[in-house]
Design a protein around this ligand. Structure first.
Ligand code: UGA
Length: 435
């Protein structure tokens, strides 16, 4: 059993901390945000993540998991410190704001009085871990701090499974610390999960490369989807035609309104900035951001063309993907903003979990509705833009009864086309000719 202090209770920190307690370690999750910690202490989980609630309660009850705002109280009991604070994009040029990381480093230097391993799980530009190591080495500390880079690959909505049973765990560290990391991850190792040990800078670059590659795959299939719908090609057969080549694979080939979320856009921008600093060719990487923006603009244009001038539009979905309440860089919000800028339409919307956070961005420019059918009231089109299960089961007749004109545009290809056509809908999907 290791004693672990996790600093930062965002997605990565909270899920990692809770999962490490689940496998038997003793974990204290630390955050400066008093309100967040007080909620967690009362058993209230600040993020929506299936299964997390139960796991928190179980491990708190077993006294393996606790929450605190005070690093000094816990740091010298710990075997490892995990840094999992945010690394947002700086407003100016796509560079990464490392202030949260470095203020944690300062705090560690102020309170530490023992030798320790510091694991960086925050996504940080290549070279950051080495800089942090230098900062510790040149500080007044009397004991060595050993830096390990251990990036996370968990997805929102699937985070527990991704942490517990990942395809691989990446560890950047020197040979001397490998055994300690093996012992920390004994449960994973015993279950045969693949570990890749490398140096710090490679581990850091692996994280950026993985997210950038996955985003490129999504941008690629969206461009192919756009080509397909202009000719008589069919994206569903196409996906299977290319995905069955094992060199390509089926995953991350679902066309949609573009990628979003708190990671892909931020990490690609950071990689672009970093590659420019070192004068490396980055033409392909740069094009991913433009391609994604073009996709959002294209979907907005398609809605406008489909519906014609004026009227009420209904948007089903606000989050950047299903099974999360997160609307950060959501393509749904991007499309809505683009349409609002035309000053031609009024928008009604519904999302199972994203309404509160969407309201912070869209304010009162749209009407937030209690359910699918309320959102479709008097609408000239329903746009299905997030792939929630609830939207796969829409009652076509009931929807038609509430709408002004029966148009439906499925930007995730999840509805039953036949059912809607039989009910008299004009249906538009992505990646094949209008049906
Ligand atoms: C992503 C990565 O998948 C994780 O491995 C990584 O740990 C995480 O970023 C991070 O860096 O923290 P996440 O942002 O939760 O995870 O979401 P994904 O499930 O990867 O989806 C990203 C975006 O791509 C979403 O907007 C989604 O709708 C879109 N997408 C994904 C598609 O449009 N088509 C697909 O086939 C797959």
């Amino acid at each position: 059993m290791h004693k672990i202090v996790v600093i930062g209770t965002g997605y990565v920190g909270l899920v990692s901390g809770v999962c490490f307690s689940e496998v038997g370690h003793n974990v204290v999750c630390i955050d400066h945000d008093k309100q967040k910690i007080s909620s967690l202490q009362k058993g209230k989980i600040p993020i929506y993540e299936p299964g997390l609630d139960e796991m928190v309660h179980k491990n708190v009850a077993h006294k393996r998991l606790s929450f605190s705002t005070n690093l000094a109280d816990h740091i010298n009991d710990a075997d490892e410190i995990i840094i999992a604070v945010g690394t947002p994009t700086s407003d100016d040029n796509g560079s990464t704001d490392l202030n949260f990381v470095y203020s944690v480093v300062d705090e560690i230097i102020n309170h530490l009085s023992k030798e320790i391993i510091v694991i960086i799980k925050s996504t940080v530009p290549p070279g950051t871990c080495a800089d942090v190591q230098k900062k510790f080495d040149s500080s007044e500390l009397h004991h060595k701090c050993h830096i390990v880079s251990n990036p996370e690959f968990l997805r929102e909505g699937n985070a527990i499974k991704d942490f517990m049973s990942p395809d691989r765990v990446i560890v950047g560290c020197d040979d001397a610390n490998e055994d300690k990391i093996r012992s920390l991850y004994a449960d994973h190792i015993n279950r045969g999960i693949k570990f890749i040990y490398t140096n710090l800078i490679t581990a850091e670059l692996i994280k950026y490369s993985a997210n950038t590659f996955l985003a490129a795959k999504v941008a690629f299939i969206n461009e192919i989807s756009s080509i397909s719908e202009r000719i008589d090609a069919d994206i569903v057969s196409l996906k299977s035609g290319i995905g069955s080549d094992s060199r390509i694979g089926y995953k991350f080939l679902e066309p949609g309104p573009g990628f979003g979320g708190s990671c892909f856009p931020k990490d690609i921008k950071s990689l672009i900035h970093f590659s420019e600093e070192i004068h490396s060719n980055n033409a392909l990487i740069k094009s991913i951001i433009d391609s994604n923006q073009n996709r959002i603009d294209e979907i907005a244009r398609n809605v406008e063309e489909f519906v014609g001038s004026g009227g009420t539009l209904c948007f089903l979905g606000l989050t950047y993907k299903a099974n999360t309440d997160d609307v950060r860089t959501s393509p749904a919000i991007g499309v809505i903003q683009k349409i609002l800028s035309l000053n031609k339409y009024s928008i009604r919307c519904y999302d199972p979990l994203g309404m509160k956070s969407a309201q912070k961005i869209l304010g009162d420019k749209v009407t937030y509705c209690k359910d699918i059918y309320d959102a479709a009231l008097d609408a000239s089109i329903v746009v299905v833009i997030t792939e929630w299960d609830e939207f796969k089961k829409i009652d076509a007749e009931k929807l038609k009864a509430t709408m002004k004109i029966s148009n439906i545009y499925d930007v995730r290809n999840i509805i039953n086309i036949d059912k809607f056509q039989k009910s008299g809908f004009q249906v538009k999907v992505i990646g094949s000719k209008n049906v």
